[in-house]
Design a protein around this ligand. Structure first.
Ligand code: CU
Length: 433
């Protein structure tokens, strides 16, 4: 579905006036039906799902080593559960109904408690009927600050999403649309970035944490009016700060940049049909105290190094969809000829074991493959190990090898984060003992 340029272009000024999401201390997340001003002010409100009355839900922010303790209250009319995306946590806290916990029924609560081991940008979202609950807004940011955070003037979170909105402001409620599911997934007709803060000074140094909360859309991103580097991907610091070019956020992926304000900052979706402004920041005044300096690397993540020589080698074929070859599964999508969760895991690992997994995309659509409870490294084409990720984008007809140390005991989902694909078969699991 094409993004509606007309809806958007008339509304730049109005969007600046929109409220941002809050980040008060959070010890309870109540999921409920809400009304939100997703469209620019002056246009109708949208019935959605949210946490504590808002979507995105409140930003949870802790220091590395500090516990997250949240009571989830389900005030929806259907079950739900919260997945803490990208956190290497205890299996019982992973928020996957049936696999790691019982479904939290309407009116019930569930206590989540874990201590994130890694600093970085994460997020939480529903993991039940997620292609619908997440698309309706049931998610929020989870930020784990470094013990000594980098020296910046602003630490800003940007949650990026698209919605399929009708003229009356309501979400198109055809969430289970099989045509969407067999293609790229449910694409919205309106997109924007919701920011924790929008006012800066010229010359300020900003850490911008971008989260793609969309259930299907891959966002190529351009940053205007800003100069700097990418410093983290999927929460984990990159080994060397990367240039601000060819930025891509697949669904569920995150990217932290540290940038200096050199113009009017804009977060732009570089769509195939041209640039689409997701949000701009307003610049007032000049920071005269900040002197130019290189962007520092963040403290490096402390994960077990893979043992590539002794690695278990596995292949996962990503199959199905429109214009795809026949496969052995019984739904639109399959992994290794199985649609939906197999009775036996895709892989079984002894705790601490390294695996090299070749993801072969034998379909005509990209897939953002997400592994729970672990981060893995993308293997570069020259065989060297790349940056850590918890979600890797495998383009149509391409392959991606990942190296993972399976050191977190439990049963973990491994699935496509184009959530309609997941619902139509593209999921499996691994066992770590
Ligand atoms: Cu997919």
């Amino acid at each position: 579905m094409k993004l509606s340029r007309r809806t958007f272009l008339g509304s730049t000024a109005a969007m600046l006036a929109l409220p941002n999401f809050g980040n008060a201390a959070v010890n309870r997340l109540t999921a409920s039906e809400i009304s939100a001003q997703i469209l620019p002010s002056g246009q109708p409100q949208t019935d959605m799902l949210g946490f504590n009355g808002v979507s995105p839900g409140p930003e949870i922010r802790v220091k590395q080593g500090e516990a997250v303790r949240v009571q989830f209250q389900n005030s929806l009319q259907e079950g739900s559960a919260i997945h803490w995306h990208g956190i290497r946590l205890n299996n019982a806290m992973d928020g996957v109904p049936v696999m790691t916990q019982d479904l939290v029924n309407p009116g019930d609560t569930f206590d989540y408690s874990f201590t994130p081991p890694d600093a970085g940008t994460y997020w939480y979202h529903s993991h039940y009927i997620s292609y619908e609950q997440v698309a309706r807004g049931l998610y929020g940011p989870l930020i784990v600050e470094e013990q000594s955070p980098p020296d910046v003037d602003h630490d800003i979170t940007a949650v990026i999403d698209d919605w399929r909105v009708e003229r009356n402001g309501q979400l198109d409620d055809d969430f289970g649309n099989r045509h969407d599911m067999s293609h790229g997934g449910r694409m919205g007709n309106f997109a924007r970035a919701i920011l924790s803060k929008t006012q800066v000074q010229a010359g300020d140094r900003i850490r911008l944490r971008m989260i793609n909360a969309a259930t299907a859309r891959v966002f190529p991103i351009k940053l205007n009016g800003l100069e700097g580097n990418v410093v983290a991907l999927d929460g984990m610091a990159v080994s060397q700060p990367l240039p601000l070019s060819n930025l891509v956020l697949a669904p569920a992926q995150r990217m932290d940049v540290i940038v200096d304000v050199v113009g009017t900052p804009e977060i732009v979706f570089a769509s195939r049909d041209g640039d689409y402004l997701l949000r701009s920041l307003s610049v007032e005044g000049t920071n005269t105290e900040r002197t130019k300096s290189d962007i520092p690397a963040l403290p490096q993540p402390d994960l077990t190094k893979p043992n590539l020589k002794g690695a278990q080698k596995l292949t996962m074929k990503l199959q199905g969809g429109a214009m795809g070859r026949r496969h052995g599964g019984d739904d639109l999508w399959a992994l290794n000829d199985v649609s939906g969760l197999p009775s036996k895991p895709f892989g079984s690992f002894k705790a601490g074991e390294t695996a090299l997994i070749t993801l072969v995309n034998d379909s005509s659509f990209p897939h953002g493959m997400h592994l729970h409870g672990h981060h893995f490294q993308e293997v570069n084409s020259d065989g060297s190990l790349g940056n850590y990720r918890d979600t890797t984008l495998v383009e149509a007809r391409q392959s991606q090898i990942i190296a993972c140390v399976f050191d977190n005991p439990g049963r973990w989902l491994f699935h496509c984060h184009m959530l309609g694909h997941q619902a139509a078969g593209m999921k499996t699991w691994v066992a770590v003992a």
